[in-house]
Design a protein around this ligand. Structure first.
Ligand code: P71
Length: 465
């Protein structure tokens, strides 16, 4: 693996608090890693959202932020950067991805209309449903098979999509790049072309969730015949050109702590979205962002099409995944874009799904080594009273440009140590359940005492140091 195409100029101290403090912090957080304080976390792999390092060019650009309420120069620079990278006609900034999802769904979804998509993302689905839409899962079955080596588990199932379109009353079709809930898995351009043909045949808009489009383009280059010699920006552009619009959470690929985009080609839909943005986000020339945020975002978009940058990032997940597979830890394969996903059903087979195995595993990893991860199982996946028997994953998500190989090697040690002691990890009981997006703030109690993983790991690491 080549070294990263950057070096470190500004650092942020981190520290591993004692095992006793971790126990207390975890209990105070109701065994939910979302509720931990970052001071109690050593390696923070909760999310790649808003956690990247910014570049010196982004910092410099921020000085140029034009904070004019309307007609801001920074907006026009952002618009130009979006058009250059993706080619969309209309650009509406939002405070983050879900702001764009809200506007899109309010503009496009009528009550009772269907929104077919590859799997779901929590906020995307909630906004479609709040607008009265009905979410339809049209992912290929391999998306939900952690052991399938399918190279494009982010593909849409064209037969299922055709059936949904033939039922009629479809608001828009959503295709998510590097499908988060399947493990950061790409779609192929061949598949997207098939989706495009079907949506055009039925006169239905195709909207990308392009949050992780750069990594998707890199996987296309590596895995799809005919793309090996293409440059990354042209593949990104080809993907965007197959769609009618996109939502972006810019907190990922665009290397900014805050920001999102709604990009559209259709004038009428864009007009509706602009009527809504003034109600919910702000004037269309800033949409919930400061001028300096838009400058950092415009520069981040340019960096996000740099193949060396994206290759280094995807390489970090592959590195961590390789260390874990080598030690027999069950993970989702192939390793995806932004994270390594542990398969909690195989990691903790003694914990039944109603005892929240992924939540319990995330808690155990924190105790073992101060590593914060995110539950992606029944706590985040179950929706209302629908039964859930889907994936039970723990996501070790890699912030961009933030951690070194040494950090990741430590994480692999913590996970492998926890795996050795997996039989002693208890299930959980949910003691507080919020009504929507329950995973953020739910609280749990362990059904038996957690083993003293942390104490033992510390001894081992100190001995080997
Ligand atoms: C991630 C996030 C952040 C997150 C959001 C909700 C629950 C837990 C964590 C955000 C995404 C995303 C995709 C594909 C839209 C959003 C929302 N991901 N689409 O993975 O991955 O964007 O957070 O900027 O509002 O940790 P937003």
């Amino acid at each position: 693996m080549l070294p990263p195409p950057f070096k470190i100029k500004v650092v942020e101290p981190i520290a591993l608090v004692s095992p006793a403090e971790r126990r207390r912090a975890l209990a105070d957080a109701g065994y939910n890693t979302f509720l931990l304080r970052s001071d109690d976390v050593f390696i923070d792999l909760l999310t790649d959202s808003g956690t990247s390092a910014v570049s010196q060019e982004q910092r410099a650009a921020m000085e140029l932020g034009d904070e004019a309420y309307a007609g801001s120069r920074s907006f026009f620079r952002l618009e130009a950067a979006v058009r250059e990278a993706y080619g969309y006609t209309h650009v509406i900034p939002t405070h983050q991805g879900r702001g764009a999802e809200h506007l899109l769904c309010r503009a496009l979804v009528e009550p009772g209309q269907l929104v077919p998509s590859n799997l779901y993302f929590t906020t995307s689905r909630v906004h479609a449903e709040l607008a009265g839409g009905v979410w339809v899962d049209v992912a290929v079955p391999e998306a939900s098979e952690p052991e399938s080596l399918h190279p494009f588990k982010g593909n849409l199932d064209l037969a299922a999509l055709r059936a949904a379109l033939e039922r009629g009353n479809v608001a828009f079709v959503r295709a998510e790049a590097c499908l988060n809930m399947a493990g950061g898995q790409p779609f192929s351009i061949e598949n997207l072309r098939g989706v495009r043909a079907l949506t055009q045949e039925h006169g239905v808009p195709l909207v990308l969730d392009a949050t992780r489009i750069s990594e998707n383009a890199l996987f296309v280059k590596e895995r799809e015949p005919g793309y090996e010699d293409r440059d990354l920006p042209s593949i990104i552009r080809e993907i965007a050109d197959l769609s009618d619009g996109a939502v972006f959470s810019s907190k990922k690929d665009h290397f900014v702590p805050i920001g999102g985009l709604l990009a559209l080609n259709d004038d009428r839909v864009a007009e509706r979205a602009r009527e809504l943005v003034v109600v919910y986000e702000g004037f269309p020339h800033y949409g919930g962002l400061a001028g300096h945020d838009m400058e950092a975002l415009a520069q981040g978009i340019r960096e996000s099409t740099d193949e060396r940058m994206i290759r280094q990032y995807v390489g970090q997940s592959a590195y961590l995944g390789g260390l874990l597979s080598g030690r027999g830890v069950p993970i989702v394969l192939p390793v995806g874009a932004h994270a390594v996903f542990l398969d909690a059903k195989r990691f903790l087979p003694h914990v039944a799904q109603h005892e929240f195995p992924a939540q319990a595993l995330a808690a155990a990893l924190y105790l073992a080594g101060g590593v914060r991860s995110m539950e992606r199982g029944i706590v985040s996946g179950q929706h209302g009273h629908d039964p859930y028997d889907g994936l039970e994953l723990v996501r070790l998500t890699i912030p961009r440009r933030a951690y070194t190989q040494e950090h990741l090697a430590y994480v692999a040690d913590v996970v492998a140590r926890t795996y050795e002691d997996r039989k002693r990890v208890p299930g959980l009981e949910m003691v507080y359940e919020p009504e929507t997006l329950r995973f953020f703030q739910a609280r749990f109690e362990p059904l038996a005492a957690f083993p003293a993983l942390g104490e033992e790991l510390r001894e081992r690491l100190e001995l080997s140091a």
